[in-house]
Design a protein around this ligand. Structure first.
Ligand code: CP3
Length: 366
C-alpha cells in the first residue's frame, strides 16, 4: 500500500499562510477566502468522481478524499482547503449505522429513542482504529497539497451530532432530539459528554495527522434557544477548545480553531469568549454588529448568503465589497454563511473568490 510510506512528517513548506495569519488576527496582504462545501456537487469533476459510489465508502478511501479535497483548489485560488469527510463519521465510530440515502440525506436506520439506548454506544472508542482512515486522508492530502494552502480538519459539535443520532436524519423541528433535552436532561448530558470525549481525541488525531486548523460545526445550534444553548451546547464547545488547546500546548503546537454555530446569533458574545480564535457566522448577522458584539476579541469568518451566488457576477462583486467593508480587512476570513448548494455555477464561485481578493487588496493598500 503506497500510503504506508506517507508519514505525518516532512510535509512540504507552506507557501500561503494568509488564512492562518487572519485566524490569529495578524496583518495580511489580502483577505483570505474559502467556502464551506467547496468540495461538493456543484463541481462536475466532483460528481464524476463520486458517481456510483457509496458516500461513506468514499469517506473511507483516503485517495478519494484527497482527490475531492484538491479538486476545488485546481479551479479557484482558495486560501484554505477543508478535508473531504463528514461529521457523521463520529456517530459511526461510536457504533451507530449511518447511510447516505440519495434524495434524502443521511439516515440512521436505528436512531437512539430512549436513554436506555445509550448502552448501545461504544463506551471506550478507539479513535485511531475507528477513524484512522480520516487521519490517513489528512496525511496524504497534506503531502499532495504541496504546501499551497493550509488544510482544515473538522468535526460536528456534540449537540449537532446528538440531534442526528436521536432524530435519525434531517428534520424541520428536531423535536425528538429536543424532547430529550426537556425530558431526559441527565441522559442528554451523558451523551453530550461521551461525544465530547471522542471529539477531543478525534481533533487531536487530525492535528497529529497534519491538519493545520480545526472547525467545529454546530449546524443545528439555531434550533436551540439561548437558554438551552447555554446548557446543552456552549459548555461542550468550550470544553473541546480548552482540552484540545491544552494538549497541543504541551507539544508547542498552535492550531487555530473555528466555531461555527449556525443561527446562534443570540450566543455571539459567549462564542467570542469560548477559547476559539475564529467565530464563523451565518448570513443572518450584520458584519458591523458582529464586530461590535465580539469586541475585537476574535477573528470572524463568513458570511455571504450562499444564494447571493445566484446573482450576476458584477452584483456578486458589489455584495462582497459591502461585506468586506463591514467586517474590515483585519482578523477576517471571507466565506459563505453556510455551504454551497449543488446547483450553483462554479463560475460564480470563482467570481466570489476573485472579488474578495480584489476588493480587500485595494482596501489594505489604502
Ligand atoms: O467541502 C467541504 O466542506 C468538506 C466536506 C464536508 C462534507 N460534509 C461533505 C459532504 C463537510 C465539512 C461536511 C460537514 C457536514 N456534514 C455538516 C456540517 C456542515 C453543514 O452543512 O451544516 C453536516 C450537517 C453534515 C451532514 C450531511 N452530510 C448532510 C446533511 C448531507 C446531505 C447534504 C445533501 O445536500 O445531500 C451530507 C452529505 C455530504 N457531505 C455531501 C458532501 C459533499 C453531499 C453528498 C455527496 O457527495 O454525495
Amino acid at each position: 500500500n503506497c500510503l504506508s510510506f506517507l508519514r505525518p512528517k516532512d510535509f512540504p513548506t507552506l507557501q500561503n499562510d494568509t488564512f492562518l495569519r487572519a485566524a490569529r488576527g495578524e496583518e495580511t496582504e489580502h483577505v483570505p477566502v474559502w467556502c464551506m462545501r467547496q468540495a461538493g456537487r456543484y463541481l462536475p469533476e466532483f460528481r464524476e468522481s463520486r458517481a456510483g459510489k457509496d458516500f461513506f465508502d468514499t469517506c473511507r478511501s483516503p485517495e478519494s478524499c484527497c482527490e475531492l479535497t484538491l479538486q476545488p483548489l485546481r479551479r479557484f485560488p482558495f486560501d484554505a482547503a477543508i478535508i473531504f469527510s463528514d461529521i457523521l463519521v463520529v456517530p459511526q465510530a461510536m457504533g451507530m449505522d449511518v447511510l447516505m440515502v440519495a434524495g434524502k440525506g443521511p439516515t440512521f436506520p436505528d436512531p437512539l429513542k430512549e436513554p436506555e439506548d445509550l448502552q448501545r454506544l461504544r463506551t471506550a472508542v478507539d479513535v485511531e482504529k475507528e477513524l484512522g482512515y480520516v487521519f490517513k486522508a489528512i496525511t496524504l492530502t497534506r503531502h499532495k497539497i504541496e504546501g499551497k494552502v493550509p488544510l482544515i480538519g473538522f468535526t460536528g459539535a456534540p449537540w449537532t451530532l446528538m440531534a442526528y443520532m436521536i432524530e435519525g436524519g434531517g428534520s424541520n423541528t428536531y423535536s425528538k432530539a429536543k424532547r430529550w433535552l426537556y425530558r431526559h436532561p441527565e441522559a442528554s448530558h451523558m451523551l453530550l459528554r461521551m461525544l465530547t470525549d471522542v471529539i477531543v481525541e478525534y481533533l487531536l488525531g487530525q492535528v497529529a495527522a497534519g491538519a493545520q486548523a480545526l472547525q467545529v460545526f454546530d449546524s443545528h445550534a439555531g434550533i436551540l434557544g439561548p437558554v438551552q444553548f447555554k446548557d446543552f451546547s456552549l459548555p461542550y464547545l468550550r470544553d473541546i477548545a480548552r482540552r484540545v488547546k491544552d494538549k497541543l500546548k504541551e507539544t508547542g503546537q498552535d492550531v487555530p480553531m473555528i466555531v461555527f454555530a449556525k443561527d446562534a446569533h443570540y450566543a455571539l458574545e459567549d462564542l467570542s469568549q469560548s477559547h476559539y480564535e475564529v467565530v464563523g457566522l451565518d448570513w443572518t448577522i450584520d458584519p458591523r454588529s458582529a464586530r461590535e458584539r465580539t469586541g475585537g476579541k476574535v477573528s470572524l469568518q463568513g458570511n455571504m448568503d450562499p444564494c447571493a451566488l445566484y446573482s450576476p457576477k458584477d452584483r456578486i462583486s458589489e455584495i462582497v465589497q459591502k461585506m468586506v467593508e463591514g467586517f474590515g480587512t483585519r482578523g477576517y476570513i471571507a466565506n459563505l454563511g453556510h455551504g454551497l448548494y449543488p446547483d450553483m455555477d462554479p463560475e460564480n464561485v470563482g467570481a466570489f473568490v476573485e472579488a474578495v481578493h480584489q476588493h480587500s487588496k485595494l482596501m489594505i493598500k489604502q
